[in-house]
Design a protein around this ligand. Sequence first.
Ligand SMILES: Nc1ncnc2c1ncn2[C@@H]1O[C@H](COP(=O)(O)OP(=O)(O)O)[C@@H](O)[C@H]1O
Ligand SMILES: Cc1ncc(COP(=O)(O)O)c(C=O)c1O
Length: 264
Amino acid sequence: MSVVSYVIAGSEASGGAGIQADLRTFAQLGTYGVGTITCIVSFDPNNGWSHRFVPVEPAVIADQIEVATVAHEPDVVKIGMLGTPATISTVAAALAARKWRDVVVDPVLICKGQEPGAALDTDNALRSEILPLATVVTPNLFEAATLAGMDELASIDDLAEAARRIHDLGPRVVVVKGGVGLPGDEAIDIVFDGTEVTVLRAPKVGDERVSGAGCVFAAATTAELTKGVAVLDAIRTAKQFTHDGIVGRLASRAPFDAVWHGSR
Ligand SMILES: Nc1ncnc2c1ncn2[C@@H]1O[C@H](COP(=O)(O)OP(=O)(O)O)[C@@H](O)[C@H]1O
Ligand SMILES: Cc1ncc(COP(=O)(O)O)c(C=O)c1O
């Protein structure tokens, strides 16, 4: 069993989300983080903090995956933002070429700044090429509705129905994160393993979304799986770790706070 938590994801240049958040989370939870960069997202402070998105060349992504996997032989990997159909095909081929103990997919879908047409192709490629390889997938409300082909998710029953539909696409365990999106004073997520639905609850910390929460949640799950923890226990630890990081969040000149990595 490798002590390396491997992540294939985008760089988010303000430092709150993406691979920066993933690698910090791995370090906090005691695994050795190794990362491959798929794209670079730079928010634009002069244009409403909109996304500027630059994909990395597929051949350069393949080179990074080659050196990381040959050097470390990781057996647990997190997939974060991929961003284009070409990147998705490159990463899917690389994943299929090795045996993994766990593949955690945070299905970061559209990035503002991409054309809607390109975004739809990206959603479809993720659904058909990456989800079947996942052992754990962690969509937020919006991503779950998109992947499940549902209009709006407004209750725990809706989360469970979305999870069932996403499970049919191939992942072994589906976590649908209600986050701040469901009414009430709790951030509710559900876990569906193909048989049972488990409901996870934590107090909401404010009503705002915090940048990097989704990345940290999936990265913490990945770190725990790297250590050999069972899936549901890994997800429970991730929920607490993310909650603590939201409590200790970091304000900046950006219009959104960023999750801290663990307790502050
Ligand atoms: N304000 C909040 N207070 C408490 N928990 C939260 C809050 N926002 C998100 N969470 C939790 O953090 C985790 C990641 O949330 P997610 O919905 O993926 O966030 P986002 O889509 O904003 O990145 C989930 O467990 C979710 O329930
Ligand atoms: C590169 C990258 N990955 C992932 C995300 C998703 O971040 P979050 O955890 O806030 O959903 C973003 C959001 O900006 C991003 O830029």
